[in-house]
Design a protein around this ligand. Sequence first.
Ligand code: GLU
Length: 373
Amino acid sequence: MASDLRACARDARRIVVKVGSGVLSGRAQGLDAAVIARLAREVAQARAAGREVLIVSSGAILAGRQRLKLSGRPSIELKQAAAAVGQSRLMRTWEAALARSRLTAAQVLLTSDDLKDRERYLNARNTLLTLLGLGVVPVVNENDTVAVEEIKFGDNDGLSALVAGLVDARLLVLLTDQPGIFTADPRKDPSARRIAAFAPGEAPPALGAAGPLGTGGMASKARAAAQAAAGGIAAVIADGTVPGTLSAVLAGEEAGTFFAPAERPPAKRRQWLAFAARPKGRILVDAGARAALVERGKSLLPTGVKGASGTFERGDPVGLYEGGREFARGLTNFSSADLARIKGLKTSQIEAVLGSKPADEVVHRDNLAVNAA
Ligand code: GLU
């Protein structure tokens, strides 16, 4: 099975390559330009073979810390300052390395706010696709300097999965400093084995925390890979510290851990709702409504609504809750003020209460994404 699956990697035309700080530091204390040069050559080979490549590169904070000689655990403010210093150094290094293969780099800095708003999401998509059309290699990072807690992706793993979805990539390669996902922590358990592949929908095991340099750790890489795969994008977690890994993955050779893409992924709009949209509020529903939505693919009607929290307008993304748990996200047809007046009512009563009836459903099934179990 694995070799067939790996054919997806070999045949993928548009790919996203995420490079973590643990790879970019090489054996050096800060950014290792030789590692970037090597990766740039592998990217150039992929380009020469007719692929489009987007790079999601960490390393801004790493480079900035080195330049500013910050040691220990810097505060958020210092990390943001380090990112501002380091991002230009990171970019300069990528640009020089790609230029040696006659490739043009473009810096794209995103915050999670850029993707939570549907219009900005589509704008970011247009820009990235235009860059690819021009033959440019976008180098994406989180805009750490302005991204405070609530607008942060948190780590570049999640960002890379969103970017892969944004540009309809066929493959996401997460390059890390580990050979892949193991059955147990290989640092502690000598019998731990690398898992070569996950079938579509198969969940990775519980995994450990981040290494000393990156923020994500293996768990966040596995989550990002699984998210991409659920969206129909093949994903591989592999060891980027070993020269030639990217080329091996792209040649369809067995390297790292492969996540097979879902055969029937949900529509793009649903994926955006599930992973990128930021809910403006919550709608609380009863158990019957939850079952109708989750098990029978129905829309949410006012009769199943018990209440709402937060202030939202018609068209806003909301989280749907039952028994204290969010089980779905959707776009609401009613503002929070109107919903307070029609909750629990029959659809036929809406007009009498509100004076008009913008819709029968509170959330239409087409605008609904049920969370993975
Ligand atoms: N954006 C951070 C940086 O460039 C890295 C975040 C991560 O480690 O995933 O330094």
